[in-house]
Design a binder for this molecule. Structure first.
Ligand code: ADP
Ligand code: ZN
Ligand code: ZN
Length: 746
């Protein structure tokens, strides 16, 4: 192919110019351009020179030659964004629907001043005994950062300064103080080299169990035979998946390749990081949301320069610019956070498959409750499958009891605690064992209604009800609107206006009256505003500074609490009524995970699931911890209804501040799509109001399209885009957003 033409993405974040422009490649530049390079191009009427990214080179011209301008020059010294990331952005734009600029910004790290830091290492400067004493002291005084550092130094020979700072969260002041006290010693090296290489191999490597070893062998056997594919590793929490990942990584690294490990942000605790650090030393780096853009960019640069071989992080770690990527691991593959909620709405699993394919890497998905999509692909033979049967060390899964809340009500128990749960809590408190109480959703049903006339207090800007916070404040979770609580119903004046109280706060209050002596910690969005709050609460609970931990989704992940022997799920079915096709899957996952928190130590655990729908298959199979049975029923339902993964689904969200015009455009779009569908075979559903019909004074309407073939949905997206482009003059104030195989309702 001769690269006569270059398709170029203009580097201005204007949606209006969000399409590639074609330019001629002048003779002088032939053979010198590559996708991802930054070039100067004449743009607009005045032919002003602006920057752009080369997306693709082609010999197919899209315009008459005389209309096509020429590339002016290559930008010297500018970042030549790596070609494959530009290609990745183009793929994302095509498959998820977003602007190209948004896709590029997602995959290319934002360049910021990189300081060429000389390398500084931290060494322990005291004996083992002194270390123990210091550790004890730090624990007692709750010097969390110091404790982390000492713990890390007790297992590795040296720690890099930047790792201590960024990944362990130790401040430079603390480090300075510790050096002054003679606890640590810091050495600055001029030449850059990995000091912790020594760690490798000699550290007390865990001997894998037979089952674990078989999985690793089978994976590496494929790998060495150049078989690359996607595998699902299914094993309950605590079955030793992480150990398996680490051996797989070690195997791939020994072939001179690199690895990316995705872990949901919420499970990315420093314990997890430390585990990898102990095994691989400074060959790892971690990115997380607390890093600044510059720091994140630094980490990506280190990967590019080959200074690290393993990147650990949430979704965005996927875009680490390794040059020899060999393996991507996605832990807790079923997690909703792997789907981006900004534009483009990409899913990390699918994007990882694409990246793995492009780079000749393998992909390993791990989960204790695999997503229906991943397990379906195992069934169809698309994915390989590994299974870890038991909890490591023969620990048993907890015994689970199901309580029908309707029966409780009949017996006259109107509290949010069933008798069974109450009794078991009492017993645990007497035995000084710990309890976790799990409430399905923050503030859910904290909404306010009038008991006389049924009036529901809603946000004036959004189509949702306000939720009660504290004693006299009402809040909107969508836009943050706040109002004072009502003393009287604004409709009928009745004083009987109140919330349904089953938020985490109310649970806490209730426990205080039931068990006044119990020490309670609460974890939800309100108690975890500051960046360390989350870990502070968890570590306080781990240190047994509380008997009961109450929380939302957040508490079911991460940390191991060996002394928790009872888990209570207060209202199992709240998430069942979420009103989207994944409600049962999400409920099953949450319940299974919640139950799995009990009995991680020596004492076997118990769990009580309270529910209004004890016979719902998600609740039933979660009680029995029976994934297979759940999957069978769920996939049957998806087949009958034509939901993903059996069929693909595209959600089109139309928005506008003008309700009437929104109604008009969405009707036109639906009609156009239906007409095209006659030929294309799309199933068009809608238009309909979104579940939340208005947010921040912007109205929302939906159209859904389904088809077996994802490509057909991409077609439907392109069709809609073209239609909106055509109507731009008339309907400039209306927008459309695309969400493929949506994970949440609208
Ligand atoms: P998962 O990732 O499936 O939750 P982990 O890998 O965290 O499971 O393993 C659970 C616990 O069992 C960890 O403390 C881990 O160190 C330990 N473990 C796992 N495999 C082994 C092994 N082969 N030998 C010793 N301990 C192991
Ligand atoms: Zn009223
Ligand atoms: Zn609002």
């Amino acid at each position: 192919m001769e690269d006569k033409y270059a398709n170029i993405c203009v580097d201005i974040s204007h949606e209006k110019v969000d399409r590639p422009f074609q330019y001629k490649v002048p003779q002088a530049l032939r053979g010198k351009l590559a996708p991802g390079m930054q070039v100067l191009i004449p743009f607009g009427r005045g032919n002003k020179l602006i920057k752009g990214f080369v997306l693709a080179l082609t010999d197919v011209s899209e315009y008459p030659d005389e209309l096509c301008k020429e590339v002016a020059d290559v930008v010297e010294g500018g970042i030549s964004a790596e070609g494959r990331f530009v290609a990745l952005a183009a793929w994302m734009r095509a498959n998820y629907g977003s602007t190209l600029i948004a896709a590029l910004k997602t995959v290319l790290p934002v360049k910021e001043q990189v300081r060429q830091v000389s390398r500084r290492d931290i060494y322990l400067n005291v004996s083992k005994q002194e270390l123990e004493a210091l550790l004890g002291e730090a624990k007692k005084k709750r010097h969390v950062a110091k404790e982390r550092l000492l713990e890390a130094l007790s297992t590795v020979d040296a720690l890099s300064y930047s790792f201590a700072l960024m990944q362990l969260g130790v401040s430079s002041k603390t480090l300075q103080a510790m050096e002054n006290q003679g606890i640590i010693r810091m050495e600055t090296k001029t030449a850059y080299r990995n000091p912790v290489k020594e760690t490798e191999g000699k550290k007390d490597r865990i001997a894998l169990s037979y089952e674990q070893q078989q999985i690793v062998d089978s994976f590496l056997n494929d790998y060495k035979n150049n078989i690359r594919k996607t595998y699902l590793l299914y094993g309950v929490t605590g079955s030793g998946k992480t150990e398996v990942y680490m051996e797989m990584i070690a195997g791939v690294l020994s072939e001179g390749k690199e690895a990316i490990v995705l872990i949901p942000e919420i499970a990315l605790t420093y314990q997890t990081v430390l585990r990898f650090y102990k095994r691989f030393g400074d060959r790892i780096s971690v990115i997380h949301s607390k890093l600044s853009r510059g720091e994140r960019f630094d980490q990506f640069e280190r990967a590019k320069r080959g200074e690290i071989q393993i990147m650990i992080g949430p979704r965005s770690a996927l875009f680490t610019p390794f040059s020899n990527l060999g393996l991507i691991i996605i832990d807790e593959e079923h997690e909703g956070s792997y789907k981006s909620d900004g534009m483009p709405k990409y899913h990390a699993r699918e994007t990882a498959e694409y990246i793995a394919g492009e780079n000749g890497a393998s992909l390993v998905l791990g989960s204790a409750t695999p997503s229906v999509t991943a397990y379906y692909k195992v069934q169809t033979g698309e994915y390989g499958f590994f299974r870890l049967q038991d909890r490591f060390g023969g620990k048993y899964l907890p015994s689970v009891y199901r309580v029908d809340l309707r029966e409780e009500l009949k017996k006259g128990n109107r509290s949010m605690f069933s008798n069974l749960l109450y009794e078991k809590m009492k017993e645990r408190l007497e035995k000084k064992e710990q309890i976790m109480l799990f409430l399905n959703r923050r503030g859910y049903a904290g909404f306010i209604t009038c008991r006389s006339c049924g009036y529901v207090v809603k946000c004036p800007h959004c189509d949702v009800s306000l939720t009660e916070h504290g004693k006299n404040k009402l809040v909107c979770h969508y836009c943050g609107y706040e109002a004072l609580s009502y003393k009287q119903c604004p409709e009928c004046g009745s004083p009987y206006i109140a919330g349904f109280k089953v938020g985490t706060e109310q649970v806490e209050e209730r426990i205080k009256t039931m068990f006044p002596k119990a020490r309670v910690l609460r974890m939800d969005k309100d108690t975890t505003r500051k960046k360390d709050d989350y870990e502070k609460i968890l570590s306080a609970f781990a240190k047994k500074e509380a008997d009961i931990l109450i929380g939302t989704q957040m508490i079911v992940k991460g940390h191991d609490f060996p002394d928790v022997t009872l888990v209570g799920v207060l209202a199992a079915d709240l998430s069942l009524s979420a009103g989207d096709y994944r409600a049962a899957e999400r409920t099953f996952q949450l319940l299974t995970q919640a139950v799995g928190r009990a009995g991680r130590g020596k004492t076997p655990g118990e769990a009580v699931i309270q529910t209004y729908r004890p016979d719902h298959y998600a609740v039933l199979h979660a009680t029995n911890q029976d994934y297979e049975s759940f999957y069978k029923e769920e996939i049957a339902y998806r087949k009958v209804c034509g939901y993903p993964p059996v069929m693909h689904m595209l959600a089109l969200l139309f928005t506008s501040a003008n309700e009437k015009r929104l109604g008009d455009i969405v009707k036109e779009a639906a009609a156009g799509l239906r007409k095209a569908a006659e030929e294309k075979g799309w199933r068009v559903i809608g238009p309909a109001d979104a579940v939340v019909g208005k947010i921040n004074d912007v109205y929302r309407k939906m159209i859904y399209i389904r088809h077996e073939d994802y490509g057909q949905l991409v077609c439907a997206k392109d069709f809609t885009e073209a239609l909106m482009e055509e109507k731009k003059k008339e309907y400039g104030d209306c927008s459309v957003y695309f969400d493929f195989d949506p994970m949440n309702g609208y």
